[in-house]
Design a protein around this ligand. Structure first.
Ligand SMILES: Cc1cc2nc3c(=O)[nH]c(=O)nc-3n(C[C@H](O)[C@H](O)[C@H](O)COP(=O)(O)O)c2cc1C
Length: 206
């Protein structure tokens, strides 16, 4: 094998953000007075029944999860991008941190009012689900860690309790149909849907 010493057509850069394409999630968490906060997030990964979230400190979501370790991970599809963007400039934190004030964030407690989403009761956890999101995952927080090398956000490990899906995207009783379901992708602060299908993995069951 030949090792290429100088790679053509690449350049070392230092971008401010590295959102290289993640599904948007809307996290429902419980406020101290029993109302529900919605936080748009894109930092997540899922494996088995574990979903890990990256949540900035200084926001309402992490404050709520520390006090009440339950949430709903609602997953919007591309048709909902404008609803998501309506939520974007708000925080549920009454005292808006200075760094957020400077970039235009303001306080909003009742976020359901501004984004056109409908709350529905969850089966096990207290925070409500968002009816319009085709996938809604009830989850419990198992662990919260703040990395010492980057102490501005928390790594939140959750365990899935129930997965709810709109009937139109379910196939063969217990699968999400990838031909019908499409996540909303946050790609360097721009919203995208998925492109057309390219092929199947050798393990795909449907
Ligand atoms: C599409 C999108 C993705 C975002 N992803 C994240 C994320 O992964 N983690 C995070 O902490 N904030 C993320 N944010 C910013 C939060 O939504 C923002 O800090 C918001 O004020 C959080 O609300 P809260 O303070 O009421 O929890 C994202 C915002 C948008 C619009």
């Amino acid at each position: 094998m030949t090792i290429i010493k100088q790679i053509p057509n690449t350049k070392m850069i230092n971008p401010k953000i590295l959102y290289y394409g993640f599904p948007v999630i809307l996290l429902s968490t419980l406020n101290e007075d029993g109302t529900v906060n919605i936080s748009p997030l894109s930092s997540s990964w899922a494996l088995g029944d574990c979903i890990v979230l990256g949540i900035g400190l200084g926001g309402k979501a992490i404050e709520n999860l520390e006090r009440h370790p339950e949430c709903v991970i609602n997953i919007p599809d591309p048709s909902l991008w404008e609803n998501v963007e309506q939520l974007a400039p708000y925080t549920g934190k009454k005292t808006v941190p200075d760094f957020k004030k400077q970039i235009g964030f303001t306080y909003r407690k009742e976020k359901f009012d501004i984004c056109g989403f409908t709350p529905i009761n969850s089966t096990t956890v207290i925070p409500t689900r968002i009816m319009e999101c085709p996938i809604q995952i009830e989850a419990k927080v198992k662990h919260i860690r703040i990395p010492d090398y980057s102490p501005t956000f928390a790594i939140v490990e959750t365990q899935t309790i129930h997965v709810h899906a709109h009937e139109e995207i379910i196939i063969e009783e217990n699968h999400i149909d990838p031909n019908k379901w499409s996540p909303l992708i946050y790609n360097f602060r721009h919203y995208f849907g998925l492109g057309s299908k390219l092929g199947n993995n050798f393990r795909s069951e449907i």
